[in-house]
Design a protein around this ligand. Structure first.
Ligand code: C2E
Ligand code: CA
Ligand code: CA
Length: 858
């Protein structure tokens, strides 16, 4: 009936159709159309209530077989909200009142139907009001119900208290949050369950809040759970008032944020460790020194990582720890420092991490199983949690992190911390490697002495300070002996020499080791130059005299030394070193201990350089010639063959003596090339001679040390000589000293040459090691007595005796003896007497070109 157009549905309980018409007629005055149903029995009424669904019921009071009273009770039962009006003849006043009491809304007399439309409108109003109120009441009930359910089932703790937090109501959440049943709390002070500090704060503020009729908002209060743990609740409350507006207490809702806070703390912790890692990353890039890096790590851990203190302990030999770096709270550090001085007992977390190689974590020191002494000491300096991380595998250090708050370290955090340890390890390794590289750039790796670059830098700095002596010291002849003993032995010797040199000359002298067997010294010239050289010579002599103890063996070494002085011999380091090296060359040649540089040497050195250049050219220009000196049978003077001797026809200087250029060929390695040429040329020559009908002639070629050591020497000989192995044409002359360097190798080599049909002659016999005792072991055929013996033969009985012995010894070993340098008839005669086998010398024939040889002798 809300809209004007909707029809008002009227149910009439009326037995008289005429009355019904009258009633309907009276309803024309209503502002809306009317739809009606008419019933006159109980059954029909029930049916109509269900099917017609009336807006209003108009009922007669008395009908035959059915009464208005009955209709009223049926209607109020089945359609209590539909307004019920009596439209009837007169009934008594009392009855009328009774019907109204039983639910009828109004009573209209049939003879006053004009009132009916108004009565109906009023009844509809009343009914509507009733319905609305009922609806509101229902809604209110529902709402209350809803709130009660919400409160009861809330995860938050909802509670009411009086002004002093005495609990009047508590929902069930308290059981979950603090472990108490709501009943247990009622009547008690809630604040009793707060941590003392928070309780004090609460109690202080409550009176004021009550006075000002204020609650509180989002207070973070810490409560003690029944199990002893601490819970943080975020509390919001409003004041409760009585009717007079007086505050009688508070109604509070508390949200448990304990886990949230833990989560937050963990995230913050992770963020801090991340920050540490990234800060460390950039520190690694910037830091080039280990100690600095360790210091930085500790500082970063404290400043970025929020730790109270951090320290790094390095593993000691006794598998203890030595405090190497620290940062943060001085009390904590003092404690750690004290601890690292004590014996490394296993109970200490640092030692455990070091030896176990795994992180040791004490999340809550107060509740830990740490040794009481350690635990108390840590608590006393305000440390509540500790992590110790081993660094490196196996660990060479540990990183200790100390924090003020107890905290759990979960997998994520631990992962980050372990990464942190890895980063430190990596960084330190990186630094060590770069330090090593840097070190190697300026040091000799064998002796750890400065290398040549470092030496030159030092010399450059010293030169400005006054006169300087630069010396090159070399273990000359000893070098090869050392070499034959293997690298390790050799390096041991060099280390000892370096140490001794350094110890003898003292710290004011720069000692360097550029490599191999040479050392460099630089010393300020304080006294006279002569004095300086003499004292250096004396020092070297002292070193030579004292043997070196190496591998239970006494080794005597011999040092040679060349000296150059600034400013006389050069004003820069390189010139001084070069000139000292030239002087050393002179010392080696003259077999003196110490030799100062002089201009003569300089010239020679320059000449030497020119010589080298010229020799290179000589090969290209075919300036070499091979000359031949005849050898004769000592008894019958028969020509046996020749020795091939190398000559160099220099375009300007003419013929150059081999004594001058052979050493240079050897030093430069050109000798290998030269030797090959000599052998091939000699072979061609002897083949040519044989072709002339001189069967049995042989040519001897000289082979130098450098050639013999060449790995390809034997192969090249084989290519050349093997085809003639059956009737060999060439002999080989080698010097004795050369063979003694490496006896075993020499023996194998000579055997191979012999297998190719060569005879082996030992040249210059008697000048070198005079190792007659080795002679028996060497596969040789001939010894050549050095020309110095031949020269003295006629004048020195000792020499005669010596030669006699050599010859008889050689013969007893079935060796042939050749005498070199026979210049006088007298010598030839004596040698014949001494039963020397062959003679060679100017007396019998000088070296000459092949053509001349053929013309004169063949
Ligand atoms: P060596 O093998 O002892 O050669 C003998 C040297 O004595 C030759 O000097 C020869 O000319 C010289 N000589 C010969 N008879 C007499 C004499 O009666 N009196 C004097 N005073 N000297 C005599 P040369 O030709 O100057 O050679 C010097 C050294 O150069 C040789 O000494 C040899 O060690 C080396 N040599 C020469 N040619 C070659 C070569 O092709 N290869 C190699 N590796 N070394 C060579
Ligand atoms: Ca020779
Ligand atoms: Ca000789």
């Amino acid at each position: 009936m809300n809209s004007q157009s909707a029809a008002l549905k009227v149910l009439m309980v009326e037995d008289s159709p005429a009355d019904a018409d009258l009633i309907l007629h009276s309803l024309r005055d209503l502002p809306c159309p009317v739809e009606h149903a008419l019933v006159a029995s109980e059954a029909a009424l029930r049916e109509a209530l269900a099917s017609f669904d009336p807006d209003i019921i108009l009922s007669d009071f008395s009908m035959p077989g059915f009464s208005g009273q009955e209709a009223l009770s049926i209607a109020s039962e089945h359609a209590p909200d539909v307004p019920f009006l009596f439209v009837s003849g007169t009934i008594g006043e009392e009855l009328a009142i009774a019907t109204l009491q039983r639910g009828a809304i109004d009573y209209v007399l049939k003879d006053n139907l004009r009132r009916l439309p108004l009565a109906i409108e009023r009844a509809l109003d009343i009914a509507r009001n009733r319905r609305e109120r009922a609806q509101m009441e229902r809604a209110l009930r529902e709402s209350e119900e809803r709130f009660r359910t919400i409160v009861e089932n809330s995860q938050d703790w909802i509670w009411e208290s009086d002004q002093s937090t005495r609990t009047l109501y508590s929902n069930g959440a308290i059981a979950r949050i603090l472990g108490y049943a709501p009943d247990e709390l009622l009547g008690t002070l809630a604040s009793e369950h707060m941590l003392p500090e928070d309780r004090r704060m609460m109690e202080e503020r409550l009176p004021r809040l009550a006075a000002e009729a204020r609650g509180w908002e989002r207070w973070r209060l810490r409560w003690r759970h029944r199990d002893g743990s601490v819970r943080v609740l975020e509390s919001t409350a409003i004041p409760r008032m009585d009717e007079n507006g007086e505050v009688v207490g508070f109604r509070s809702i508390d949200h448990d944020i304990t886990e949230h806070l833990q989560q937050e703390a963990k995230i913050a912790q992770l963020a801090r460790i991340h920050a540490v890692l990234s800060a460390l990353g950039s520190a690694i890039l910037r830091t080039r020194e280990r100690q600095l890096l360790l210091d930085r790590v500790c500082r970063i851990a404290v400043e970025q990582g929020g730790f109270k203190a951090a320290c790094i302990g390095l593993a000691t030999e006794e598998t203890g720890l030595r405090l190497a770096a620290s940062h943060g709270d001085p009390d904590v550090i003092a404690y750690i420092a004290r601890l690292s001085e004590q014996p490394p007992v296993r109970v200490r977390t640092g030692i455990r991490a070091l030896r176990g190689g795994k992180p040791v974590i004490v999340g809550d020191i107060g509740r830990s199983k740490l040794e009481p002494v350690l635990r108390d000491a840590l608590l006393q300096v305000g440390v509540a949690a500790q992590v110790v991380l081993p660094i490196g595998t196996p660990p060479w250090a540990v990183l200790g992190l100390f924090s003020v708050a107890a905290q759990e370290f979960d997998k994520d955090e631990l992962g980050l911390l372990v990464r942190l340890a890895h980063e430190i390890d990596y960084a330190v390794d990186f630094i060590a490697k770069s330090e090593r590289l840097e070190y190697l750039a300026y040091h000799n790796p064998v002796t750890d002495l400065p290398n040549q670059i470092a030496f030159q830098q030092e010399v450059a700095a010293r030169l400005a300070q006054g006169p300087l002596l630069v010396a090159v010291v070399e273990l000359a002849s000893s070098g090869r002996i050392i070499e034959s003993r293997g690298r390790e032995f050799g390096e041991g010797v060099l280390r000892m020499v370096g140490q001794r040199l350094q110890a003898e000359v003292g710290p004011s002298v720069i000692v360097a080791h550029p490599g191999e067997y040479s050392f460099l010294l630089a010393k300020s010239v304080l006294g006279s130059v002569q004095q300086e050289i003499e004292s250096l010579g004396a020092l070297l002599r002292a070193l030579d005299d004292a043997p070196y103890e190496i591998e239970d063996e006494q080794v005597f070494l011999h040092l040679n030394c060349g000296v150059a002085l600034s400013p006389e011999h050069g004003t820069d380091g390189e010139t001084l070193e070069r000139n000292a090296t030239v002087a050393l060359g002179e010392a080696l040649k003259r077999k003196t201990r110490i030799e100062p540089f002089n201009e003569g040497l300089h010239e020679r050195a320059t000449r030497r350089i020119e010589l080298e250049r010229d020799l290179h050219r000589a090969f290209a220009e075919n300036e070499f010639e091979l000359w031949y000196q005849p050898k004769f049978n000592a008894v019958d003077q028969r020509l046996l063959g020749a020795e091939a001797l190398l000559r160099w026809r220099h375009p300007q200087a003419g013929l150059v003596s081999p004594a001058e250029f052979i050493p240079v060929l050897e030093d430069t390695g050109l000798i290998v090339q030269a030797g090959r040429w000599v052998m091939r040329t000699a072979l061609d020559t002897v083949l040519a001679w044989r072709a002339l009908g001189h069967a049995g002639l042989r040519i001897a070629v000289n082979v130098s040390a450098r050639e013999l050591r060449n790995l390809r020497f034997l192969d090249e000989c084989r290519d050349l000589l093997e085809p003639h192995a059956a009737d060999q044409l060439l002999d080989i002359e080698v010097t004795e000293s050369l063979l003694m360097d490496d006896i075993e190798h020499s023996i194998r080599l000579l055997q191979s040459l012999r297998a190719m049909g060569c005879r082996i002659a030992i040249d210059d016999f008697g000048t070198g090691y005079s190792s007659l005792n080795y002679l028996a072991r060497l596969p040789v055929d001939v010894i050549k007595i050095d020309q110095s013996f031949t020269a003295q033969l006629a004048h020195s009985p000792e020499t005669m005796g010596l030669i006699t012995n050599i010859i008889s010894l050689a013969h007893s070993l079935s060796l042939k003896v050749v005498a070199e340098g026979v210049e006088e008839e007298e010598q030839a005669k004596l040698l014949r007497l001494l039963r020397c086998d062959e003679l060679q010398g100017y007396l019998l024939g000088r070296p000459m070109p092949a053509t001349q040889f053929a013309e004169r002798l063949l």
